[in-house]
Write a protein that binds this ligand. Structure first.
Ligand code: INI
Length: 157
């Protein structure tokens, strides 16, 4: 019989850092609401969640790295919205943001979750922030909880 290791969706006693971008704040605030809802409804205490604001998604990797390095959090959740619109800036910001966030997790061995929307239009971003589609922030919260618990289970905690 195969041995299965998996993470429970129980955030009781876990500590979370949330890095949120002010850029496109009308979207990122909705995502933040989803993150907080997802964490608290799965048992996290309000006081165990720290929110760090940064100017834009390009600034998120360093902030995530610093939070993860601090040793104060079981997971860090990055919340941003990169919208293509009419600018080629999108490709640079989205690529650096994704790479940097992945690197922060690998470097620190703390789960750093990519709760960053990348969308071609503002309408798509609104849909993914909890209108036509589920709130991506809520999904990022559940991802964080599962990943923390999966890694804890794997190391026998
Ligand atoms: N930042 C975002 O978070 N989303 C975007 O869609 C975006 N666009 O398209 O320009 C964006 N740019 C700002 C960037 O993140 C930095 O704050 C800026 O370049 C200063 O470093």
């Amino acid at each position: 019989m195969a041995k299965i290791i998996e993470g429970k969706l129980d955030a009781t006693g876990l500590k979370f850092g949330v890095v949120i971008s002010r850029y496109n704040s009308f979207i990122t605030q909705r995502l933040l609401e989803g993150v907080l809802d997802g964490l608290v409804r799965h048992g996290a205490a309000d006081g165990d969640i720290t929110i760090l604001y940064v100017p834009g998604s390009f600034e998120m990797p360093l902030a995530c790295l610093k939070m993860a390095q601090s040793g104060q959090y079981d997971a860090v959740i990055a919340v941003g919205a990169v919208i293509r619109g009419a600018t080629s800036h999108f490709d640079f910001v989205a690529a650096e943001c994704a790479k940097g966030i992945a690197r922060a997790g690998m470097q620190t061995e703390v789960p750093v979750i990519f709760g960053v929307l990348t969308a071609d239009t503002i309408e798509q971003a609104i849909e993914r922030a909890g209108t036509k589609l589920p709130n991506r922030g809520f999904e990022a919260a559940l991802t964080a909880i599962e990943q923390v618990n999966a890694l804890k289970s794997m190391s026998g905690e």
